[in-house]
Design a protein around this ligand. Sequence first.
Ligand SMILES: [Fe+2]
Length: 160
Amino acid sequence: MNKYIEELRHYHSRNSKLLDQLSDTVKRYQNSKDKNHKTRMFDIVRQIHDIDEPVHHANEEIIREELIQANVHLHPSIQMLQRDHEGFARIVHRLFDLEKSRLPAVQICEHIQNYITNYFDHMDCEENFFFPMAEKHLSDVQWTHVAQKWHVTATRQVSG
Ligand SMILES: [Fe+2]
């Protein structure tokens, strides 16, 4: 596997585990209305949106832009990824507004559950369409461009 794609997949698998934990915590909060579960939910959201997340999305955009240059027919969902990436910061701010709000648990849980579903859909699209297309169609020269533009994350996987 290409080492850049491997780094992106590694980040996804870390986030998938956190999203699974978040989903469990949402269920617990929904059933018990216990404030400790609410606190735990937003702690997990904070872990997902750590300092590496904007860097991760920016790195995916570097590859996506090279794929557009490769002049291949792209699955329409790949074109939607940019909109998702631009929307993540806005969505996170809305989630943190919920943390301070007095909305009933059921409504907070619904927003968080939608966020979980959308995040999994986003990663599924990248893993099933975007990453395989990039691995298939980017030339060696294009991967050199990726290497030149790549941003280093705090939990860096790519070496050399
Ligand atoms: Fe992404």
